[in-house]
Ligand binder design. Structure first.
Ligand SMILES: C[S@@+](CC[C@H](N)C(=O)[O-])C[C@H]1O[C@@H](n2cnc3c(N)ncnc32)[C@H](O)[C@@H]1O
Length: 315
């Protein structure tokens, strides 16, 4: 497949190590998925820690997929739900660009990954922006545009069980990792709700904690080169003791001492976007200025202290 251009975004096709189709964005200078596998990432970082078996027949699972892209996270989640006897599903997708999903649907091996109902859903969402299956009581609604603005179009009073946050990395797309945006997402979580992301950056974790959420660290797979963590689960604790989330679970553990200390360093200075309208360069510049003035410990001292632990710092 050649490079595809629409609305100034240039996307090129690539296959990840598990054979699943993905894209690289020249505009953001970043790939949509880790080279390890687009499908593998959707399952290990989003579906597994979502613990879908918590949602039994008769319940409604409410999901927000932030940065829908090719649709892997919603598709993997739908494919993991039981064919009969599962919860009903109301899902919303936020996405700036319609092209990634169109390109994915033009790739036969992508469509071959999913059961028929999931392919039908992705095709309808791409063509009409929404999909509904009355028999299974499942629906997916796209809100196309900048996620910061489109968030306001969600139904009033909506409380979500899962938020799948899969934006490009904070250095490339700080708009979607700002303290303000993360607070807005946190405010949408129902008691017991979980925000899941591949991101383990200190700035993002400290903003999620500041937004009132409990943090857990997603475990890297055994033998995976990703180092000390493969992402973050942020939880709105439920008042119901029976629903409290254990410190360790399906693919997560509590933050280690090293990770807690990371949150005391300059890397934890948040991205700020008070108007919800700023571009990446301004948000990055603002944070650099705040980092220069703050009294947090230096991130390089933290790195030296913990250098025996394999990690790729995200400052
Ligand atoms: C890492 S990719 C998402 C991968 C996706 N979850 C998947 O399974 O294919 C990031 C996505 O964020 C979208 N994006 C970038 N800026 C955005 C914004 N301000 N609002 C909404 N979406 C945005 C890009 O178009 C891209 O599709």
């Amino acid at each position: 497949m050649r490079d595809c251009v629409a609305d100034g975004s240039v996307l090129s096709a690539r296959f990840t190590a598990d054979g699943s189709f993905s894209l690289h964005s020249q505009s953001f200078a970043e790939s949509f998925h880790s080279s390890g596998g687009a499908l593998e990432e959707a399952n290990s970082k989003f579906v597994l820690p979502a613990q879908l078996d918590r949602f039994t027949c008769g319940r409604c699972l409410r999901v927000l997929d932030v940065c829908f892209g090719l649709g892997y996270n919603t598709a993997a989640l739908m494919a993991a739900l039981p064919k009969v006897g599962g919860p009903s599903l109301n899902c919303w997708g936020l996405e700036l660009d319609r092209l990634p999903l169109r390109l994915a649907l033009a790739e036969p091996s992508f469509k071959a990954l999913w059961p028929k109902n999931v392919v039908a859903c992705l095709e309808a969402v791409s063509a009409q922006g929404c999909w509904q299956d009355a028999c299974r009581q499942q629906s997916v609604q796209m809100l196309w545009g900048d996620a910061r603005q489109q968030l306001r179009s969600l139904p009033t009073g909506l409380r979500l069980d899962l938020i799948l946050l899969d934006a490009f990395s904070p250095g490339k797309c700080p708009q979607l990792w700002s303290q303000e945006f993360l607070q807005s997402l946190a405010d949408l979580l129902a008691p017991g709700g979980r925000l899941l992301t591949y991101c383990r950056a200190a700035a993002v974790r400290s903003s999620l904690r500041h937004a009132g959420l409990e943090l857990r660290s997603l475990l890297p797979k055994p033998g995976e080169g990703a180092g000390w963590s493969s992402g973050t689960m942020a939880l709105r604790l439920s008042n119901d003791d029976d629903q409290s989330v254990p410190e360790m679970g399906a693919g997560w553990r509590e933050l280690s001492v090293m990770e807690e200390e990371h949150l005391q360093t300059r890397a934890a200075v948040p991205y700020r976007d008070p108007s919800g309208m700023d571009g990446a360069p301004l948000i990055l510049k603002r944070r650099k200025q705040e980092q220069a003035l703050c009294h947090h410990t230096s991130t390089s001292a933290w790195q030296r202290k913990w250098q025996s632990v394999e990690f790729r710092p995200s400052c």
